[in-house]
Every structure is written in structure tokens, then in C-alpha cells.
Design a protein around this ligand. Structure first.
Ligand code: F6P
Length: 540
């Protein structure tokens, strides 16, 4: 049954009518909103008091979660159950951060030892690189690593590598990391001239090992190495490539020997994969110790998600607030605003996590939904956004809900030391800006005409105790679980992504037409003329 056919949905709709004309600022008249509408767990505080909700709203939303059997679903997820039915798979990303003593079964076998064996292999590779023991074909120490991957094989690793860039240990080599994802090669072509082929290693990162974007970039990187190193291809691959995939056959076929392959489970979705072998570049960047701290932070959030009551459960609350905003307040757009320059890739990472997971219209029992599912997710580093698009947030005609994300404390380490006071001062400034923006969005002002701010715009503030591998791990797991709970309530499978497959097929067909020089006429008038226009105007 579609969730909106349940009685609780109707009750929530009626309740919305009670609240719809009330300005959020008047909800503050009752006092103690922060006390009633904030929750804390594992170093993260969620303040949702600036949302357009009352205690009654919260209770009804919790009823909704109960109706949708969210607790049962959480147990299934956390025990690695068969829940990705449309892809005929179990869901096992949380197993990647489980400790050695955990027991999670797949096909009658505990998969935890396999996961830890893969982590050990990864750790060996990371240590060889971090201690200057991995050499290129000419005996030179590797100084630069390029991750070639796209989607989940790029966004998560890039986001975390940037978020935790201050966590490189002093006792290991400072390896430069680079990312190339785009099929046009522009990123790779930009990077290559600044790299020394003797000291560069590429990670060929692709869950399927069939993604054309990644294949094409890896082949280009190989051509570059072959041209510069003058050694046989297999020797070059041994010294300058590591493959990360679930598809060992394809890795072997491409010429990677077993030592250069890191394997992971099919049951880990691409956008949920940074916690294992796909996170290799993260571990190279921040060291294996810090990578394990990242996993333990995610595991802390998993434990909270598994054990906290629904009303105290951070991911559940975040999910319910999102549902309230999109399904009842009809706010179709949600902006993520990290107040930290190092979290600049968080919005694009969350775009894939949320939109690829929940941007769906067909339920698990094949019904077409008649309610909104995932909103449009977008975002930018908050302080920069203030000088760009906040105008629309404050005075535009579109409704947008916001997540502000900021840490209480800045990085512990800062060099040179004499800049510490400046860092602390700048950090207070960023906190002040963050709090000011959410306050204005909620309150508005009484000025007239062009200076009028309406206020009444809902936001949540996610306060991190600090930026550390553990807290970042917890933060990302918080969002993963939020997405899961929303998928459960909407009745959709958050773990497939059929909506990207047709594009791949048609792109292949279009490429054949474009390279063969015929076949354009059978396409629609726009596509066929675009192709012909290119044929007539392309320079080479
Ligand atoms: O096309 C979408 C997608 O399949 C994502 O789900 C995935 O993260 C990305 O492509 C990359 O896939 P792969 O890691 O298999 O190359």
C-alpha cells in the first residue's frame, strides 16, 4: 500500500493545515525549542528547532515511521539482509565498518573475515606507498596517486580526502592525490603535464569495471605511461596501476595481476563504497590509522542507528524532517551548506547519495507513487554561497529547506603556529555567519519593500564537535541512514539505480552513429540535426 493511503498520512495532512499559516518565529514563543527539538549522538548535535514543526508534528512523524515499520527495516539493514530486491542483492555497506568480532552472513558464510582480509591487503598497499616502498618501473618512489573513477568511485573518496586533508600523519610520506572522473578527459589532461610518470601511480577504481568513463581515462593514462617509460605494458601495469573492483575477471583481463587488485563485494552499492577498497585513495592520503578511525566513526553512528529509540535517533529524525518538508510543506529543493572549506565536495557527494538512491517513482511493489520522493539536493560551501545564491534563499520565490553544517572546533593542527590565533578567530567568524544565516532565514525582518526578509524558511543545523576522521565517518553514515529511512517510508528501493542505465546504452548507440557517419536520420529531429551540425562543423 502506498504510504499516503495510510491514515497517518491524512492525519499529518490535516495537521499541516493547522500549521501552514503560522510563521516559524511564532513557534518560538512557547520557549525551550532547542531543548525539545535537538538531539545529540556520537559527537554530532542536530538542531531542528528552526523547522516548521510543533511537538505534535514530531509525534505524528514518529507515528509515520512506526507505520512504515522503520525499526524492523533498520534491523534488516544492519544484519545485511536481502533488501535490494530489484537488483537481487543483499545490502552490505555497513558490514565494511563492522569490527572483527561481528558476524554477518551472506550465502551461509560469515563475510566479516573476508572484509578484514581486504582491509589488510589495502593496508599493505597503503603502507608501501606511505613509507616510500612502492617504486615505479625505474626504481623511483611513488609521490603522486591519481584516482580514476566516476560516481561512487570518485565522489566519496574525493569528498573525504578533502574533508580530512589535515590528517596526514607527520611520519608518513606526503603523497599527492588527484582525481580524474570526466569522460572528456579534461581533468586527466590537466593533471598529466604536472606529473612525473616515473613517480605516478593510478588507481583504476570501478565497481563494475565496465564504466566507459573510467575505462577510457585508464587507457589514456596507460598510453601516457607507455610513451614516457619505455617499458613493456605488463611491467608498467605492475608498478603503476592498482585496480579496485568487484569484477576480478575484468581486472585480470585488463592485465592487472592479483597483487595489484583490490576486490570488494557486489552487495556494496557504488555510492556506499568509500568504506572499503574504493577508499584506497583516502587511506593513502590520510594514512591507514586515520582511515580506520573514519570507519569507527561510521560504526558509532551505525550503533546509534541500530539501538536508539526512534525519537532519539538522529538519522530517523533527519529523515522525518525531510519528509515533512517535501511531502507536507511541498518544498522541492534542499540545500546543503557546509561552513568549512574542506567540506566543499560534500554537496556533490550527497547529491549522488540522495538523488541516485531516492530519485524514484516506482515502489517496491511496482506501484507508481503519487507523492514526492527525493527533493533536488544541491549546495556549496556556506560562506561562499552567502555571496552568491543566498539572495534567493532569503528573498526568492522558490522554497528551499537547508542543512547548515559546521564544527564547533577548528582543526587541531595549523602551520605555521603563529597563525593559530587567526585560525581561531576566523573559525568564530564562520560560526557566527552560520548561526546568523539560519536565524535570519527563520525570523525574517520588518523592513519594507526591497529590504524585507520574509523569514519562515526552515533549516536544521548540524553541529560537529570537531572535524576528525571519526566525526566525518559518523556524519556520512548519518546521511546514508537518513536516505535509507526515507526510502523505507516512501516504499522505494534506495539501493538500485536503473535510471542511469538507459543513458549508457543510448550513449553507446549515439557514439556508433557519430563515428560511422550514418544512422542519424532515424533519430528524432533535434538529435539528428545536432549530430549533423557537429559533423559539418567539427574541426578534426
Ligand atoms: O552510472 C551510475 C553508476 O553506476 C553509479 O551508481 C556508480 O557509482 C558509478 O556509475 C560508477 O560505477 P563503477 O564504479 O562501476 O564504475
Amino acid at each position: 500500500m502506498l504510504i499516503n493511503k495510510k491514515l497517518i498520512w491524512k492525519v499529518l495532512k490535516n495537521h499541516f493545515n493547522e500549521l501552514k499559516d503560522i510563521h516559524i518565529k511564532t513557534l518560538f514563543n512557547k520557549g525551550h525549542r532547542f531543548k525539545f527539538f535537538s538531539r545529540e549522538a556520537v559527537g554530532i548535535t542536530l538542531d531542528f528547532s528552526k523547522q516548521k514543526i510543533s511537538l505534535k508534528t514530531l509525534n505524528l512523524l514518529l507515528e509515520l515511521a512506526k507505520e512504515a515499520e522503520v525499526s524492523k527495516a533498520i534491523n534488516k539493514l544492519m544484519s545485511g539482509n536481502y533488501i535490494n530486491v530489484t537488483e537481487n542483492r543483499h545490502v552490505l555497506h555497513t558490514a565494511l565498518r563492522s569490527n572483527k568480532k561481528a558476524y554477518i552472513e551472506l550465502n551461509g558464510k560469515n563475510i566479516i573475515p573476508q572484509i578484514h582480509a581486504s582491509l589488510n591487503k589495502m593496508s599493505n598497499i597503503v603502507n608501501l606507498l606511505n613509507y616510500g616502498k612502492w617504486k615505479g618501473v625505474n626504481g623511483k618512489i611513488i609521490t603522486d596517486v591519481v584516482n580514476i573513477g566516476v560516481g561512487g568511485s570518485d565522489l566519496g573518496p574525493k569528498m573525504i580526502s578533502m574533508a580530512l586533508r589535515g590528517f596526514m600523519s607527520a611520519d608518513i610520506c606526503n603523497i599527492n592525490v588527484h582525481f580524474a572522473s570526466t569522460i572528456d578527459g579534461t581533468q586527466l589532461f590537466d593533471i598529466l603535464p604536472n606529473l612525473n610518470p616515473d613517480t605516478t601511480l593510478f588507481i583504476y577504481s570501478s565497481k563494475s569495471f565496465t564504466t566507459i568513463d573510467t575505462q577510457i581515462n585508464a587507457d589514456t593514462a596507460l598510453i601516457w605511461l607507455k610513451n614516457n617509460l619505455n617499458k613493456p605494458e605488463d611491467i608498467i601495469k605492475k608498478h603503476h596501476f592498482i585496480g579496485v573492483s568487484t569484477n576480478t575477471d575484468k581486472m585480470t583481463k585488463w592485465g592487472l595481476n592479483k597483487e595489484n587488485q583490490l576486490e570488494f563485494l557486489d552487495e556494496v552499492g557504488g555510492r556506499y563504497s568509500l568504506w572499503g577498497a574504493i577508499g584506497l585513495i583516502i587511506a593513502i592520503r590520510i594514512g591507514m590509522k586515520n582511515f580506520l578511525r573514519l570507519l569507527s566513526g561510521a560504526s558509532n553512528m551505525d550503533e546509534h542507528f541500530r539501538s536508539a529509540s526512534l525519537e532519539n535517533n538522529l538519522p530517523v529524525i533527519l529523515a522525518l524532517i525531510g519528509i515533512w518538508n517535501i511531502n507536507f510543506l511541498n518544498i522541492p529543493s534542499h540545500v546543503v551548506l557546509p561552513y568549512d572549506g574542506h567540506l566543499k565536495f560534500l554537496p556533490s557527494y550527497l547529491q549522488q547519495l540522495e538523488m541516485e538512491s531516492n530519485g524514484k517513482s516506482i515502489t517496491n511493489d511496482s506501484q507508481l507513487v503519487d507523492y514526492f520522493t527525493c527533493p533536488i539536493i544541491w549546495g556549496e560551501v556556506g560562506p561562499n554561497g552567502q555571496h552568491a545564491f543566498y539572495q534567493l534563499l532569503h528573498q526568492g520565490t522558490q522554497s528551499v529547506s537547508c542543512d547548515f553544517i559546521v564544527s564547533i572546533n577548528p582543526y587541531h593542527e595549523i602551520k605555521p603556529e603563529y597563525l593559530r590565533d587567526r585560525l581561531n578567530m576566523q573559525h568564530l567568524l564562520v560560526l557566527a555567519n552560520c548561526f546568523a544565516q539560519s536565524r535570519i532565514l527563520m525570523l525574517g525582518n520588518n523592513d519594507n519593500s526591497h529590504k524585507h526578509y520574509f523569514g519562515n524558511k526552515p533549516s536544521s543545523t548540524i553541529l560537529l564537535n570537531t572535524i576528525s576522521p571519526e566525526i566525518i565517518g559518523s556524519l556520512i553514515a548519518l546521511y546514508e541512514h537518513k536516505v535509507f529511512v526515507q526510502g523505507i517510508i516512501w516504499g522505494i528501493n534506495s539501493f538500485d539505480q536503473w535510471g542511469v542505465e538507459l543513458g549508457k546504452k543510448i550513449a553507446n548507440e549515439t557514439y556508433s552513429i557519430m563515428t560511422s557517419g550514418h544512422g542519424a536520420d532515424i533519430l528524432d529531429d533535434s538529435s539528428s540535426n545536432l549530430i549533423k551540425y557537429v559533423w559539418n562543423n567539427i574541426k578534426n
